[in-house]
Write a protein of this length. Structure first.
Length: 395
């Protein structure tokens, strides 16, 4: 993107520079893919400029490097290419350093929810998923907080008068020698500048003074500038840490096992007591005797009790477990034995929970008959297979 005055001599110099660049590098401007944007130019001058450059005249809004640009505040519609890109999963990174409207953020959240759950009904709220695994989430970035962290980096660049064209331009045109921390935006200033002022005021309010805010932001920096990930930790929502993170999110546990165990610990599995609004039979499909709940399905049901009795006997465990949380706490306390034994215990718990849930679904949706002995054998084979994958040279 190149800028110049809107007169013929300036445009001529610009085109000569592009010609010289082509002669030196061998890279020529593609006139078919280039546009020229003008403002305040007389029609006769505009015609001469278009003839000289051979560029087509462009119109706002337009996308530049995937980001919408416009001469006025962007509407939700202007962000549709960005949302469409996410919907098609053609983009890997999403890190726009411009303020995203809440309506756009909510659209992105809906796309992410649909991708994760493949359903309109989400068992876990998206804001909870955006918490770190230590706090019971999945570690997905909270888009709004990440956007604020990126804007905080822009704010810091202006404060430090970083050697970037944009930071220099803001300091020269808007601040005009004034301190960023005292400057107040005007009503007709860009939405980006007004949003930066809002973030600045929030930081000052949070830390009590301008001096304290600057000291805190200094702690977020390294030799390259403000570290966005550190700022994100400050801006993101927070929850108390959960005791089960270290026991379920292990590299050696298959992700699908960890995911079902995570849903179970959050009490978000679609057991029949949570589907009462559908007016379906609430009876447990494993024992055909009691009402199905997560606690009944995994521990109180005679079928699951039979499975657990074999698993406990297999590992020499005498203590009975009544909830998934108590089972995970037992894993944390029972760290005796070799590395192989500890890994096998973690795998056995995750595999048993996953297998019970899968077997329950096969009975309901595929009409299979309950098979406790076959399920025990399947769990043991799976755990042995995974352990042998971890220790191929032998135990």
């Amino acid at each position: 993107m190149l800028f110049s005055r809107g007169d013929l001599p300036s445009i001529r110099i610009l085109m000569e520079c592009l010609q010289e660049f082509r002669d030196v590098s061998g890279l020529a401007v593609n006139t078919a893919k280039s546009n020229i944007f003008t403002a305040g130019i007389q029609n006769d001058t505009l015609d001469e400029v278009l003839a000289m450059t051979e560029f087509a005249r462009g119109h706002m809004p337009v996308r530049y490097l995937g980001i919408p640009l416009a001469a006025q505040r962007l509407s939700v519609t202007d962000y549709s290419p960005l949302v469409d890109q996410i919907a098609g999963w053609s983009g890997v990174l999403l890190a726009p350093s411009l303020p995203l409207p809440m309506a756009v953020i909510e659209k992105i959240h809906r796309l992410c929810r649909a991708f994760l759950w493949n359903s309109k009904r989400a068992p876990v709220a998206w804001v909870d998923i955006c918490h770190p695994k230590e706090e019971g989430g999945l570690g997905v970035r909270h888009i709004q907080s990440w956007n604020v962290a990126l804007l905080a980096r822009v704010l810091w660049n202006i404060h430090c008068k970083a050697d970037t064209l944009w930071a220099k331009w803001v300091n020269e045109v808007y601040l005009r020698g004034a301190s960023l921390w005292d400057w107040q935006p005007k009503k007709d200033d860009s939405p980006l500048l007004r949003r930066l002022a809002e973030i600045r005021d929030r930081i000052i309010t949070d830390f009590g003074s301008t001096e304290a805010a600057i000291r805190q932001m200094t702690e977020w920096t390294d030799r390259k500038g403000l570290v966005t990930s550190i700022a994100y930790e400050y801006f993101r929502p927070k929850l108390p840490k959960q005791p089960w993170k270290a026991s379920i999110w292990k590299a050696f546990i298959p992700p699908k096992y960890s995911f079902i165990l995570w849903l179970g610990l959050r009490e978000r599995l679609a057991t029949r007591d949570r589907l009462a609004f559908l007016h379906e039979d609430p009876t447990c499909s494993l024992c055909i005797n009691s009402k199905e709940s997560a606690k009944h399905l995994f521990f109180e049901c005679p079928f699951s009790s039979y499975i657990w009795s074999y698993i406990r006997q297999w590992f020499g465990i005498t203590r009975r477990m009544s909830t998934l949380l108590s089972a995970v706490k037992w894993l944390k306390k029972g760290k005796t034995g070799s590395s192989v034994q500890n890994k096998a215990r973690h795998l056995a718990l995750a595999c048993t929970v996953y297998s019970l849930w899968r077997h329950r679904n096969e009975i309901i949706f595929e009409g299979k008959a309950p098979n406790p002995d076959g399920l025990v054998i399947s769990i043991k084979i799976t755990v042995y297979r995974l352990i042998l994958t971890l220790f191929p040279q032998g135990l």
